[in-house]
Design a protein around this ligand. Structure first.
Ligand SMILES: *Cc1c(COP(=O)(O)O)cnc(C)c1O
Length: 464
């Protein structure tokens, strides 16, 4: 399988190039030359496979420049770190199915992609004799998944900025108790926006970026989307069998359009008759819901919510959907993205909205509704939802018309103990693995809110 850009000017990339480059040189995102559509026979052959077997088999459709045995070893190593044998178990709660994606080392679904990406990067760098220094900023949640993805990996160093004293206690512990030499936690005396501004400014200094081989592992990398396709298949097989129905729906809490784009790819591979529609759930940062319901993709101010990992206005993976929506017309996408960069808005016609609604149903969920949903699930079923998952459950339940509903659970409630305790009206016991972190030594470098200070640190500790 070769890869190409959503803006039409780059094609013929190998899978390895796609992973190492992240973004296409024409400014577009990288997508496979073609999304395979599986036959009935191919699909049924996948049904009995374990999670790891399924992942390996599905990856072989997209990866042809890594020997099969090596690819298999990468997959198995990546999911060995999960606490659940099934990796992403599906549990029935009331009359919905919860697809638990939070059994990885940092209790959030990003582990599913980043555990694989860490192993894959190490493998590719070793083969090519390269080294990289990864630079990123986190408001708390995604940082730890990246850290656990690359800790201890050869030829990779990671520099993760977070706002000093402005991330939750647990988030901080999950990052700073990782003592591996290649992990550098930099606590910046400023806000998350300051951290992002520093990272952006360093990436714009091209000679510096080149000299220190700086790279990012952000959510636009195809190798982050690919592992997310697997659990749609896995859950499809379990739930269609239990319900004895061919057709079902997934509800996906999203902000960056990452997780739901993986669902879109799974739907194209499995067919619309199997995944009838995807339910796109947002918190009060509702740009994606406005897009589906009214054709209004216009940026508003970001509002902090109790589901902070979805507090996003510009959805970085949205461009990939636009590309398929316009039948892989790179020029059209290029023009639209230029308009969007200028006007911070895109508008879609009635006819287009109708077409979008053949793929998605969408709803924005308020803070109050999110808390109520957590409370109700706890009261009725004794099951504790995290706030992101609750957004998806609430949106999913508002479109019930006979299809079995699978709701993606993107984080363990222990990651957000304050919100969850408030919702269920009692304190919430942390899992032992999290409790244990409180007693571990920490390593963190506190730096002033100053680009030059961060650059000096990088220059001192980057691997070359
Ligand atoms: C990142 C994240 C999301 C949203 O993922 P998208 O890539 O925006 O789809 C949802 N929930 C949690 C807990 C997350 O960490």
């Amino acid at each position: 399988m070769k890869y190409k850009s959503t803006r039409g000017k780059v094609e013929g990339l190998s899978f390895s190039e796609t992973v190492l480059e992240g973004m296409a040189e024409d400014g577009g995102l990288i997508v496979p030359e073609e999304i395979p559509v599986l036959s009935e026979k191919e699909i049924e052959e996948l049904r009995p496979l374990s999670y790891q077997e399924l992942a390996f088999k599905l990856f072989t459709y997209f990866v042809d420049d890594i020997p099969k045995d090596d690819l298999k070893a990468l997959v198995y190593a990546s999911y060995q770190t999960f606490r659940a044998k099934e990796v992403t178990p599906v549990v029935k709660v009331g009359d919905v199915y919860i697809l638990e994606l939070f059994h990885g080392p940092t209790f959030a679904f990003k582990d599913i992609a980043l555990q694989f990406l860490g192993n894959l990067l190490e493998y590719l760098l070793e083969k090519k004799g390269l080294k990289v220094n990864i630079l990123g900023a986190t408001s708390g949640d995604t940082g730890s998944a990246a850290i656990y993805g690359v800790k201890g990996k050869k030829n990779i160093a990671l520099f993760m900025l977070h706002p000093h004293k402005r991330v939750s206690f647990i988030q901080e512990l999950m990052m700073t108790t990782v003592l591996d030499e290649n992990i550098h936690n930099l606590a910046i005396q400023g806000t998350f926006d300051d951290c992002q501004a520093i990272v952006k400014s360093i990436f714009m200094d091209l000679p510096f970026k080149k000299k220190f081989r700086l790279t990012a592992v952000n959510s636009i990398n195809w190798a982050r989307l690919l592992p997310q396709i697997i659990y749609y298949f896995y859950a499809y097989f379990r739930v269609s069998e239990l319900e004895n129905k061919k057709s079902l729906r997934f509800s996906v809490p999203t902000g960056n359009f990452g997780d739901i784009f993986a669902g879109y790819v799974a739907r194209r591979m499995l067919g619309k008759e199997r995944i009838e529609r995807l339910i796109l759930a947002t918190n009060e940062n509702d740009i994606l819901a406005r897009f589906v319901n009214a054709g209004d993709y216009s940026v508003r101010n970001v509002k902090p919510t109790i589901s902070p990992s979805m507090d996003i206005q510009v959805a970085s993976n949205f461009e990939r959907y636009l590309y398929y929506f316009y039948n892989e017309n790179g020029e059209k996408v290029r023009n639209l993205m230029q308009t969007f960069a200028k006007e911070k808005a895109l508008r879609f016609s009635e006819e287009e909205i109708k077409r979008v609604q053949e793929d998605f149903l969408a709803r924005s969920v308020s803070e109050e509704e999110t808390l109520q949903c957590i409370a109700e699930f706890y009261r009725r079923y004794g099951y504790v939802l995290d706030p992101h998952t609750a957004v998806g459950v609430k949106a999913g339940l508002s479109f019930r018309d006979g299809y079995p509903l699978v709701c993606l659970a993107t984080a363990h409630p222990a990651k957000f103990p304050e919100t969850v305790s408030k919702a269920i009206g009692q304190s919430f016991k942390l899992p032992e693995e999290v409790e244990r972190l409180k007693h571990l030594p920490q390593r963190v470098e506190v730096l002033p809110n100053d680009v030059e200070a961060v650059k000096a640190y990088l220059a001192r500790w980057a691997i070359l």
